[in-house]
Ligand binder design. Sequence first.
Ligand code: GTP
Ligand code: MG
Length: 577
Amino acid sequence: MNNLMRRAQNVQLWRKYCVKQYTTEAASAALSRGKPNYDEFIAGRQVQAQRSIVVQVSSEKSYSELYNYCSRFGSIVGAHHYCVRHDDDLHYILLEYSTAHEAAAAIDSGATNGDLSGVPVRSPFLWFKAAPGKRGPKLAPNNNNNNNIHHPPTSDLQSVDGTRQLDQEALLSQLRGAESIEQQVQLLHRHTQLNDLGVRMRFLAALQVQQAISGMFPAAQAHPFGSSVNGFGKMGCDLDLILRFDGETGGRKQSSGEPPSRLIYHTKENLSNGRSQTQRHMECFGDMLHLFLPGVCHVRRILQARVPIIKYHHEHLNLEVDLSMSNLSGFYMSELLYMFGEIDSRVRPLTFSIRRWAQACGLTNPSPGRWISNFSLTCLVMYFLQQLRQPILPTIGALVKAAEAKDVRVTEDGINCTFGRDLERVGFQSRNTSSLSELLLQFFEFYSQFDFHNRAISLNEGRQLSKPDHSAMYIVNPLEQLLNVSKNVSLEECERLRIEVRNAAWILESEVENSSLPQSERQEETWGLLNLFKHPEKAIIRPNMFFKPRMVEVSDLFEEKHQQLQSTIGPASTGEA
Ligand code: GTP
Ligand code: MG
């Protein structure tokens, strides 16, 4: 009974959070102010998505015609063109109206196409059918009291694609031409971070799921989290989405001061325990997404994982989506990372360079496994910035101390995610004046010497602790402190990380010296940060210059693995029958 009561209380807290009334104006104003807090950022982007539609067109030349046609539903305040590559390029234009009502009017005008099979679904993803013959588009009745056809300035169509990563050659040439390592780090961040259109597309993917089920589940909310919203996402990053059914008070928003309704929705009693019920629901949603939702394809259900997820590809957005229903702490963890990124302007560029380096030397991998995840690697960077003699980031403990009543968040399963959300109240000011290249070198030096064997990392306390178990790498999960974020990392992968940070420190040290030479005197075209991004085969194992742990060559590790394999499965098969 106690458990049930606690659960109900936690649901109330989550509802209170969701119901926090963000008016369109307030959310938009916070976004355009430039430095929104996490709640404002999320709410602002959600409102922006509600004002938007995505229309497939035959090419970007259709913009004028589309603009004229769609202007009758309301005033178009922004337009973005992007391509998704299939056999041919598929062209899309994202239109933003000034209000959500106008976007809804455009969506509601959608017709079914008699020639095509398939169940029509109301969604913000539409197709602009060619006008019959060579005549202009047949205009729908104008509900705007304005019969003028609008002529869009074609230059208003933004063409910064939100689906494609910058061409590698173009990026490398930018980095080669930089004046300093510092500038390389900044350029890498600027050119690879998720752009505005990429963020808009991710919030539209979330809105599509929410709207698709809103008839039956009026309280449902789909919230993006992870790198799509925490400011550490790069172009092409996946979308992590959490779907909740207990977000709002119901179909109608209650105005403040109004007594709560006495008419309560009947519900079905829960038939099984929390986890198996979530798995059953997810199975059902997986089918629904797969069968009905336009653009959703390659649906996979991974329901046995610690956090069960449904993975799918969105073909109109060229986007990979991971949908969960029970990972609220991941949502709040994204808020913590968002805040860290906002506290100091060096945090995100530095993390981008380190993530890129780890990817280049094969330490991280898009699929989960025994290697370090981008999230754990980001935690390593955050901890490094906390433990500096002049810290660049506060500890999570300091954020918790600054919490007020309005910051209380407890997830449905009782995980306390309360911490101070108001950075001014937290009042942290770093006196550290190191440059990005200095910090990058210090990061590699720090982890060259870190005793992963005996020590655990705590971002809550901003210090090392004794390792409570035999995991190869131990990073205390900031929101569930009995868990280890990097439990999946194997001994070999941890060792490889140590070798690679040592190599990187060695390379960067000589690059820092070299970069002080004028550009004309530099020996090589590939210099500075670029030398950290060389392919692993090209990386040389350097003698350790900081301390003397056991040196393991990467080739030794492969040899070791090979021998282990041989001893378990016997000599390698020749493949012959
Ligand atoms: P990329 O997808 O690699 O770009 O990075 P990501 O930050 O989105 O990582 P991922 O998709 O693996 O995880 C999504 C989010 O879930 C992270 O940003 C965290 O906020 C959260 N998360 C992931 N793993 C953990 C964990 O072990 N504990 C907690 N509390 N949150 C986690
Ligand atoms: Mg992610």
